[in-house]
Design a binder for this molecule. Structure first.
Ligand code: DX5
Ligand code: ZN
Length: 214
């Protein structure tokens, strides 16, 4: 399982150094949470900050857009150095067009659903995307409790995707720590996002290795 630390939980005043440190600690990619204060009740940062931290690591940028009408901002995040762009099915009126827009830039596409959204909402798109992001907390804030029942969605998506897109990756995001990681792993998740459990530790390498369970 790949580990994607969410920099939402890092020290924003030292973002460049934090990115370097998490890279040296063995992260597989950098998870970048973008919030607009509209789709979710919180504001994080946008494309300019994303671009400014690009030079601090060679790891892929896994951009998680929690914003309304994401199609309006795809170009800016591509220019900022995104390698993967995930948007929410609940936030976009024309999901297929936005998928194609992202692909057109040669960037990998992820589709995400909030805890209350049924997996069927994304079934139509599974053959066109690179990844599904299953939220295991209500999006908007770090440091919330993991919703174990969301792992049923991971299993459902995997089952449904089997004949459609065998390479589809599943990412789980929210409330993952050394206790909850076992549910994430058991469900067959490919990429695990962790913010608080990594950045609140005083040893990032150790915090990441605790998530790499067999
Ligand atoms: C929630 C974000 C998550 C979150 C993860 O809206 O998408 O990436 O920050 O943080 P923790 O690990 O603290 O739940
Ligand atoms: Zn996220």
């Amino acid at each position: 399982m790949k580990i994607a630390p969410s920099i939402l939980a890092c020290d924003f005043a030292n973002m460049g150094q934090e990115i370097k440190n998490i890279t040296n600690a063995g992260a597989d990619m950098i998870h970048i949470d973008i919030m607009d204060g509209n789709f979710v009740p919180n504001i994080s940062f946008g494309p300019s900050i994303t671009k400014s931290i690009r030079k601090y690591t060679n790891l892929p940028f896994d951009v998680h857009l929690m914003i309304r009408e994401p199609h309006k901002y795809i170009r800016q995040f591509v220019d900022a150095g995104a390698d993967m762009i995930t948007f929410h099915v609940e936030a976009e009126t024309n999901v297929s067009e936005t998928i194609e827009l992202i692909k057109g830039y040669g960037v990998k596409v992820g589709l995400s659903i909030k805890p209350k959204t049924k997996v069927d909402e994304i079934f139509n798109y599974l053959d066109k995307i690179y990844m599904v992001l299953i939220m295991s907390v209500e999006p908007g804030f770090g440091g919330q409790s993991f919703m174990t029942d969301m792992m049923d969605k991971v299993r459902e998506v995997k089952k449904y995707a089997k004949n459609l897109n065998n390479n589809l990756l599943i990412e789980v995001d929210g409330g993952i720590n050394e206790e909850t990681i076992k549910y994430v792993k058991d469900a067959g998740t490919d990429i695990c996002v962790a913010g608080t459990s990594i950045f609140s530790s005083n040893n990032y390498r150790e915090a990441i290795s605790k998530l790499r369970i067999e």
